[in-house]
Structure formats: structure tokens, C-alpha cells
Design a binder for this molecule. Structure first.
Ligand code: AMP
Length: 207
């Protein structure tokens, strides 16, 4: 398959965690706009300065900024055989822009009820040394790394609720848009990480 795959779903659905299995199965590089923006914020670049306030308040970064970031990323040689998009596109204008510069072959939507999302996000922690993601109840960190774990600034309950409403208003309609194009596969994301990984690998193998 030479096209790209989109991993679609609400914040906290486990897109970042589940991206690993798709990368393993397809060899496509993961392109996460959230990770790219966080890197820009931590480096204090112009992009980071522009994106920071939107991210910390749970709002989407403007489409033109995101589209520019993706155009640049897709010009790298490792993207020539398609990539795995994680957290992009998040609006219909982003998807329309994407359709002009890349071929999206499949969209895998991870479905998780809203009630589960807040618990998942508020318990999420990251190891700054290697980017590994843990959850205080669902994927507890080994004791030796516990002391250095950090929590994303936007992983608090107030911001999560704003991110969820941005998802419902701006991103969810995109699922329908892709469904109408006949390329959307839904996966139940409410089980354990292992169960969801299993469903995702089945979906990827059936592509
Ligand atoms: P994520 O790690 O994917 O949950 O993204 C964290 C934050 O980065 C989001 O809440 C947005 O503020 C911003 N962001 C990431 N990807 C996008 C995108 N495709 N469009 C707009 N904003 C984005």
C-alpha cells in the first residue's frame, strides 16, 4: 500500500499508543501534529509561540498553520510511500487540503465514549527521556521511572472538556466525511490497550 493512513478519534482515544502497532505492521512513519507542535513549543520557535496558547486552552491551532506544517513534513523523503497521520486532519478544511497533496487510503477511527476519556487523559503521564506514555491505572509505569514522569499541560480536566467539545464540533463531522468516501473503518477503543491493538491489527491486515 503506497497511500497514507489516518488514525482518527477523540483526544485520549489511544491514538498515540495504537500508532505504534500500525507503524510496525506497515512500516509507514508516524506523523503526529500534536507531537510536532509540542516539540516546537519546547524549542520556543515562532510556530511554537503561535501554537502554545491554543494548545493550553484546548482549542485547535488554525488550519493554515497545521497545513503548512504537514506540507513541509510530507516533502521529506521518508514520506514518499505514505505515512500514518495521528491527530491530523482534525477539520474538514485540513482534510480537503490533505486530499490535494497526499492519497489517503484508509481511515481507522477509534471509538471511545466521552465518559472514559476524561479518566484516561487525567491519568496519563509521559517519560520525558523516551516519550513513552503511561497511565497511572491502565498502564502503570515501572517504579524506576515513576519519579521523572511528567503530565502534559493540557491533560487536566478543564482543558480536556474543552478539547472534547472542539472534537465534537470540528473534528467528528470529518468521520462522516470519510465514511461517505467509503474508506473509514471503526474500531471499538473502549477495551484494554491489548484488546484495542488486536482490533487495530485486524483492521490494518484487512486493508
Ligand atoms: P494531540 O496531542 O493530538 O491531542 O494535540 C494536542 C493539541 O495540539 C490539540 O489540542 C490542538 O491544540 C493542537 N493540535 C494537534 N493537532 C492539530 C490539528 N491537526 N489541528 C489543529 N490543532 C491541532
Amino acid at each position: 500500500m503506497t497511500g497514507s493512513i489516518v488514525l482518527f478519534g477523540p483526544p485520549g482515544a489511544g491514538k498515540g499508543t495504537q500508532a505504534e502497532i500500525i507503524v510496525e505492521l506497515t512500516g509507514k512513519p508516524q506523523v503526529s501534529t500534536g507531537d510536532m507542535l509540542r516539540l516546537a513549543v519546547s524549542k520556543g520557535t515562532d510556530l511554537g509561540l503561535e501554537a502554545k496558547e491554543y494548545m493550553e486552552s484546548g482549542m485547535l491551532v488554525p488550519d493554515q498553520v497545521i497545513i503548512g506544517l504537514i506540507e513541509d513534513r510530507l516533502s521529506h523523503s521518508d514520506a514518499s510511500k505514505g505515512v500514518l497521520f495521528d491527530g491530523f486532519p482534525r477539520t474538514i478544511p485540513q482534510a480537503e487540503a490533505l486530499s490535494k497533496i497526499a492519497q489517503v487510503e484508509a481511515v481507522i477511527a477509534i471509538e471511545v465514549p466521552d465518559e472514559d476519556i476524561v479518566n484516561r487523559i487525567v491519568g496519563r503521564r509521559m517519560d520525558p527521556e523516551n516519550g513513552e506514555i503511561y497511565h497511572i491505572s491502565f498502564k502503570p509505569p515501572p517504579p524506576e521511572v515513576e519519579g521523572r514522569l511528567i503530565q502534559r499541560k493540557d491533560d487536566n480536566e478543564g482543558t480536556v472538556r474543552k478539547r472534547l467539545s472542539a472534537y465534537h464540533e470540528q473534528t467528528k463531522p470529518l468521520g462522516e466525511w470519510y465514511r461517505e468516501k467509503g474508506i473509514l473503518t471503526s474500531v471499538d477503543g473502549s477495551g484494554t490497550i491489548k484488546e484495542v491493538s488486536h482490533s487495530i491489527s485486524m483492521a490494518v491486515q484487512n486493508l
